[in-house]
Write a protein of this length. Structure first.
Ligand code: FAD
Ligand code: SIN
Length: 536
């Protein structure tokens, strides 16, 4: 059981965590920045991003006001307009920064100009991309840049368990306690099984999404909402959790796979058209923007057509597109389709919605400050107010970079004033033994995913939400019993965290008595005339 002091503790090595760490390491060359990551440095949602990063680039055709208007429109009345403006206006500088660090984005054939793509909800071509591997390219760049800085230490296979607050010093801490502060975290070293105590002056949570709370998701298996669950357990504020985004087009693979493979929205921006099995277009019945309407609308349209027809999927028709252009833009998607026997140039691609992005999360302000002192958050686990009730495509990589930068700005003058907290005890594992039956955990995770997928998915209702809450309570009780007597393991902690996430989604959904953005309930199909955040 090691005790490690580090000036800055960063949880997560995706775009948010690494962008922040690089900036902090440069600004404070004498300070130690420790990044914990639950598996390997390069495995996270960032790595799988396909479509690209949205930013106003072509100033002749595009401008900030258009990007702002598109973001607000997608967010369905719940975006914070000042935050949208900040992200859109600061975005291009952050994109230029990662280009300067070595990120490559595709250029137009024979030109020095970037090839800007278009995705659902965007009125202009403004998505910078690297083939259909944009996230991989950005992650590669950040890892290489971080490796140049000797004061960044990246610890792989360290699973953060809980944030340390006054609670661990024996004080009573509830959600309304004023002045809650974070002093670091406890983390499981997966290589030797020890639980180490990390003490920090400041902690930045960049733990990504929670797609694994549903059966079908584009998110890799690390996406179990650990950061949001930890912040909530530490009595931090969490908001807008009912707005879980389903991507309309994950590849329907009858063999089943976790995660589901994404067929980027950029394919529709490139000319792919949504169709029925009979080859008929159907989006005209739902939105005048057809296949390029915002995600919530397209995902609901596909879900509704599948239910009406009793089919397992709908189709994306790319057969009319030029093969050389298609394979140059989407080499990974092309290869993946072929690997399951679908040739996109001859066959329509079978697609189905899958959980993709968590729009809500840890409530933060314009500088990434959470409701807990000395605790910041950026990236998918945070809720900044940019996305509102539905995220606009390719806005999340942008948001992560902008907020990583703003957190870095905010801590500059504060770091010296924060000391390491004394008296923090080691992790207490008294009374726990090794798990005898792992099946108790794996089966509960399966049950949880079923509950969420059937009752709190794309279309909700009061009855479904009540059923989900009742069943989740049972799972919660059983799991807490297990937790009291069982030595912690990543599987047990992920189950606990997923139950918390499921509860937060379902509880927030039960509070929202209207349909807005990604939250659609048959009991309240209309929007209310006023807008409210759902803060828990
Ligand atoms: P992540 O990149 O997910 O990183 C999370 C990190 O936290 C990981 O390092 C993980 O190990 C660590 N972590 C988590 N829990 C713990 C714990 N308990 N202890 C220690 N470490 C922990 N967005 C766009 O803008 N454009 C796109 O084209 C795009 N395409 C996408 C395609 C796919 C298939 C997916 C899944 C997402 C896509 N997104 C896209 C969304 C975007 O990729 C993510 O929102 C963004 O990358 C999240 O970055 P992040 O740094 O917040 O989290
Ligand atoms: C995609 O490529 O369709 C994903 C883009 C995003 O999630 O922003």
């Amino acid at each position: 059981m090691a005790r490690i002091q580090t000036d800055i503790l960063v949880l997560g090595s995706g775009i948010a965590g690494l962008t922040f760490s690089i900036k902090a390491a440069r600004r404070f060359p004498d300070r130690q920045i420790t990044v914990l990551t639950k598996t390997v440095e390069g495995e996270n949602n960032t790595r799988y991003a396909q479509g690209g990063v949205a930013a106003v680039w072509d100033e002749e055709k595009d401008n900030f006001e258009k990007h702002i208007a598109d973001t607000l429109d997608a967010g369905d009345g719940l975006c914070k307009e000042d935050i949208v403006r900040i992200v859109v206006e600061e975005g291009p500088t952050r994109v230029q920064e990662i280009i300067d660090w070595g990120a490559r984005f595709d250029k137009e054939k024979g030109s020095a100009e970037y090839d800007l793509a278009r995705e659902g909800g965007h009125s202009e071509h403004r998505i910078l991309h690297y083939k259909d591997l944009t996230g991989w390219e950005m992650q590669r760049t950040l890892m290489e840049e971080a490796a140049k800085l000797p004061n960044i230490r990246i610890l792989e296979h360290f699973f953060a368990l809980d944030l340390i607050t006054q609670h661990h010093l024996g004080h009573m801490v509830v959600r309304v306690t004023p002045g809650i502060e974070c002093y670091g975290c406890y983390a499981l070293n997966r290589q030797n099984g020890d639980i180490d105590t990390f003490l920090s002056r400041v902690t930045v949570l960049c733990t990504g999404g929670a797609g694994q709370v549903y059966k079908a998701t584009t998110n890799p298996v690390i996406a179990t909402g650990d950061g949001v669950a930890m912040a909530y357990r530490a009595k931090g504020r969490v908001e807008n959790m009912e707005f879980m985004q389903f991507h309309p087009t994950s590849l329907f693979n009858p063999a089943g796979e976790n995660p589901s493979f994404l067929v980027s929205e950029a394919v529709r921006g490139f000319g792919g058209i949504l169709k029925t099995a009979e080859g008929e277009e159907f989006m005209q019945h739902y939105d005048s923007r057809l296949s390029l309407a915002p995600r919530d609308i397209v995902a609901r349209a596909i879900d509704s057509e599948m239910k009406k027809r009793g089919t397992d999927c709908m189709y994306l028709d790319c057969r009319h597109l030029n093969k050389d252009d298609f394979t140059a833009h989407f080499p990974t998607i092309y290869q993946k389709c072929v690997s399951i026997g679908v040739d996109p140039m001859k066959d329509m691609i079978p697609v189905v919605p899958a959980c993709h992005y968590m729009c809500g999360g840890i409530m933060v302000d314009a500088y990434g400050r959470s409701s807990i002192g000395r605790l910041y958050s950026a990236g998918e686990c945070s809720s900044t107010g940019l996305h509102g009730a539905n995220r606009l495509a390719s806005n999340s990589l942008l948001e992560a970079m902008v907020f990583a930068h703003r957190i870095f700005l905010d801590i500059q003058d504060k770091l010296d004033g924060w000391n390491f907290r004394e008296g923090v005890p080691d992790w207490n594992a008294e009374g726990t033994t090794e798990p005898k039956e792992m099946v108790l955990i794996t089966q509960s995770i399966k049950e949880l995913k079923e509950i969420m997928s059937y009752y709190v998915g794309i279309v909700r209702s009061n009855v479904r939400i009540k059923r989900a809450l009742d069943r989740l309570f049972l799972l919660y009780q059983e799991t807490e019993e297990l937790y009291k007597t069982t030595a912690v393991s990543p599987q047990l902690m992920e189950l606990r965290n997923l139950i918390t996430i499921a509860y937060l989604i379902t509880r927030s959904a039960s509070h929202r008595r209207e349909s807005r953005g990604l939250h659609f309930t048959t009991d309240y199909p209309e929007k209310l005339p006023f807008v409210e955040e759902s803060v828990l």
